[in-house]
Design a protein around this ligand. Structure first.
Ligand code: PSU
Ligand code: MN
Length: 305
């Protein structure tokens, strides 16, 4: 039957035993990072989760099958097949029913993870409100989905290509929890600091696990929680270069008439080219660091927080 979820045996066993599991998204692999190195990065993300004592569960749709936890051949499909479609929540059933290949965004990964009761998830940067949203109405489904999904997501803030203050306002409206990890500044993805402050800071994975338990007890855990994990200053993209490349990327996207779900991959690819690979280095550092922190949070949570 189309739509049945196939949970990898190792993931399934860990979930049944109450052991730590970390969900990982696949759009960052298929659409966010260039080939062919993206496959190696996907494997490294999983390895980092394992090193911390948690089980990685990369989520994707492979040949119509919704998979939670991928083996190496499935990972290779996500990283290399030409027909991998970026799928948000609304698209998951369609791609499954058609027997296609789909890479899940933050929104659809969070949705599927929560459905199988995985409650910690690592990504690079969230989608959010785009800079032209006043005229285009382009706001990522990541926001609305995190509002009504029981998941803790570790990220380096929202992508700096977005309207950051507008996104922060939307997160507040949508009841999405937001804490900085070791910082009271909201990270700016490629940049350590987006220029905006945070109300709440945590400093250890145990604190996050305690917070998750408190949210469950108070019934606010049906909304998502964002743990914002900044790149260290030494690893960020040079801010002046960042601003220059962002301006040229936005202009190029407008000139090329890029719309809808193609906007984010277009701008990320522009960044990787125009920074001579420095944004790619930063992007990989971000996802590896977030996977590690998510695993530590999952371990603390499984230990009883
Ligand atoms: N973070 C990254 N690279 C990415 C993305 C996030 O470091 O490619 C993806 C995520 O899957 C996120 C999506 O959910 O971009 C947002 O796309 P949109 O703005 O179309 O909702
Ligand atoms: Mn969009």
């Amino acid at each position: 039957m189309a739509g049945r979820i196939r949970i990898d045996p190792e993931v399934d066993e860990a979930l049944r035993g109450g052991r730590p599991v970390v969900a990982l998204e696949s759009t960052i692999i298929s659409h966010g990072l260039p080939r062919p190195d993206n496959l190696d990065v996907a494997r490294r993300i999983e390895a980092v989760v394992r090193e911390q004592g948690a089980v990685p569960a990369t989520i994707a749709v492979v040949a119509g099958e919704v998979r939670v936890g991928l083996d190496d051949s499935a990972l290779a499909v996500v990283a290399g097949a030409d027909d991998v479609v970026k799928v948000s929540v609304r698209d998951v059933a369609t791609i499954a029913a058609r027997g296609g290949n789909g890479a899940t965004t933050v929104a659809s990964t969070a949705h599927l993870a929560a459905l199988v009761r995985i409650d910690v998830f690592a990504t690079g940067g969230l989608g959010g409100v785009h800079r032209e949203a006043r005229t285009t109405w382009d706001e990522s489904a990541d926001l609305q989905t995190l509002s009504n999904t029981a998941i803790t997501v570790v990220c380096a803030g929202v992508k700096s290509i977005l309207d950051v203050p507008a996104t922060l306002e939307r997160l507040e409206t949508l009841n999405v929890g937001l804490v900085g990890f070791g910082t009271d500044r909201f990270p700016g993805f490629y940049l350590t600091d987006s220029g905006y402050g945070l109300d709440w800071r945590v400093d250890t994975p145990e604190e996050v696990a305690e917070l998750m338990a408190a949210r469950a007890a108070l019934g606010t855990d049906r909304h998502g929680l964002i743990v914002a994990n900044p790149l260290p200053i030494a690893e960020q993209v040079d801010p002046a270069l960042h601003d220059e490349v962002l301006a040229s990327g936005l202009a190029a996207a407008t000139a090329a008439g890029v719309r809808g779900k193609d906007v984010t991959p277009f701008l990320l690819a522009h960044f990787h080219e125009a920074t001579g690979g420095d944004s790619l280095r930063a992007n990989i550092a971000i996802i590896l660091r977030n996977a590690e922190l998510a695993a530590r949070i999952a371990v603390a949570r499984a230990a009883g927080g």
